[in-house]
Design a protein around this ligand. Sequence first.
Ligand SMILES: Cc1cc2nc3c(=O)[nH]c(=O)nc-3n(C[C@H](O)[C@H](O)[C@H](O)COP(=O)(O)OP(=O)(O)OC[C@H]3O[C@@H](n4cnc5c(N)ncnc54)[C@H](O)[C@@H]3O)c2cc1C
Length: 563
Amino acid sequence: MADFDAIVIGSGMSGGWAAKELCEWGLKVLVLERGQDIDPAKDYSDMTLLWERPHLDQIPEDEIRDKYTIQYGTASYAMSDSSKFLWVDERDQPYETPKDRPFNWVRGYHVGGKSLLWSRQTYRWCPQDFENNKLDGHGVDWPIRYEDLAPWYDHVEEFAGISGSLEGIAQLPDGKFLRPFELTAGEQHFRDKVEKAFPTRKVIPGRCAHLRETREVHTSLGRSQCQVRNHCHHGCTFGAYFSSVSATLPAARRTGNMTLISNAVAQSLDYDPASGRVTGVNVVDAITRAGGRHTAKMVFLCAGTLPSAMILLNSRSEKFPTGLANSSDQVGRNVMDHVTGASARGVLPGLLDRYYYGRRPDGIYIPRYANFTERDKPYLRGFGFQGGVGRRGWTADRPGVGKDFKEANRSPGPWIASIGAFGECLPNPDNRIRLHETRKDAWALPVAVINCAWGPNEIAIAQAAAQDARDMLRAAGATDIKMFDIPGPPGNAIHEMGTARMGRDPGTSVLNGWNQAHDVKNLFVTDGACMASTACQNPSLTYMAITARAASHAANLLREGQV
Ligand SMILES: Cc1cc2nc3c(=O)[nH]c(=O)nc-3n(C[C@H](O)[C@H](O)[C@H](O)COP(=O)(O)OP(=O)(O)OC[C@H]3O[C@@H](n4cnc5c(N)ncnc54)[C@H](O)[C@@H]3O)c2cc1C
């Protein structure tokens, strides 16, 4: 007799959704989370101001060097002394890469996962994004199309609360939006100039998971409107930005159907060859190192793209000697990320009588145009830009002391425009994560070995995107333009995907069109591991929609006795 109807491994972006949906379908759900529990009232630092925190909230340099080198190099904008506990200590969580193939792995191991660290940009994929693999032959064909996911995008957008503008852009479908954040005067100027010079391109307000206004679905969970303080990387006591902690886990909890165990590191899944099913999850306590086992009728693996692959690879049996659900040999392969590093910035002259007030956790977005509204590019797929135009002011690093320094910092500086690309990455089976044969971490899990590098298409995308960024700044009239075209290492976008891809053919993919393992019918993987391609949009909204869809299907299967 199983302890629960379902076990969800991981309580981050996708695990939160799995827990909420399965609980709301009436299932008894156990959530296993490897990290500590989070109490917003105690753990968030958004209610103090920067200058009230010691050392202006800077992390001491030697601590960065010891514990956070890779993560700080990747996402310093999101890290501070008061929030550093949300990022893993790299000494405790080692992984290996070949020397010439770095991979920047950013991790947040606690209840809520990286949904407490993210920058909340949320974009739908478009129909073509689900067809490109089939059209150009890279990767395997997605077993689903946009139409399969569209109602689930509606579902998750309404619950999460996404602010955005209705634009009618084919390559970036509109959703169920709350009102958008306004563009600054500099951004309106930039938009007008760029859209005039490039009629095939659009500049729109970023779409982000913030409550610009509230509905009953939000307030009933204690969430309130965004205060536009831009303290999001310290947590949000108002619950105004979407996270597992502010939204999905409270929704799951109020059903009375959720049990959440924190500090429970899932190590492996047990497989019963007689029934062809997963029968249990083996865990180790993160603090005491004591072992344990939990059972359920089905398992949702939502530990994140790389950890989920590690758990599968660590679950070996006679039937699956290279890892659970790995008869295709695709588990751990096709690691992808968005290619970043292509950007430009410059000074927009004029508009010195214009200003804006308050802060804003958002900016502008330039949806993909390459190989969409602009054809015949010498590379496949495309990229989108995120950025903003704001006045340099008191937050700028101006050297000096005393009266002159204070006055200089009170006067607004010029308008600075900056845009950076997120480019699509092609699936490549040689980009992979595997388990080290001998080296283990403190929890007795083999450490990861990640071998991943950009191919010629990603390099071409980065170079083209940088030049386009420069050209758009020029068209907007910017001066002092600086262009950057060297891609950051894979992992830099923190949009890792692949490793257990969906597909139509069990011989070349791990999951079917419902995120159910081809090999094991009561196993579902719904985090970024399931992605068969990356498109160029930030991926989390798609994980949410895919997870909600899979949970609904799994709940039905369970009710019908089919898993
Ligand atoms: C600084 C930053 C900015 C970002 N900005 C954006 C953005 O603007 N838009 C966007 O779409 N995405 C963004 N992302 C990425 C986004 O956070 C991820 O796509 C998303 O959180 C992934 O969801 P997930 O459920 O796969 O993983 P996670 O949210 O990381 O959750 C995985 C959970 O599983 C737990 N876990 C791991 N291993 C185990 C185990 N063995 N046993 C038990 N539990 C385990 C982890 O502790 C974690 O809680 C950003 C990320 C960062 C860090």
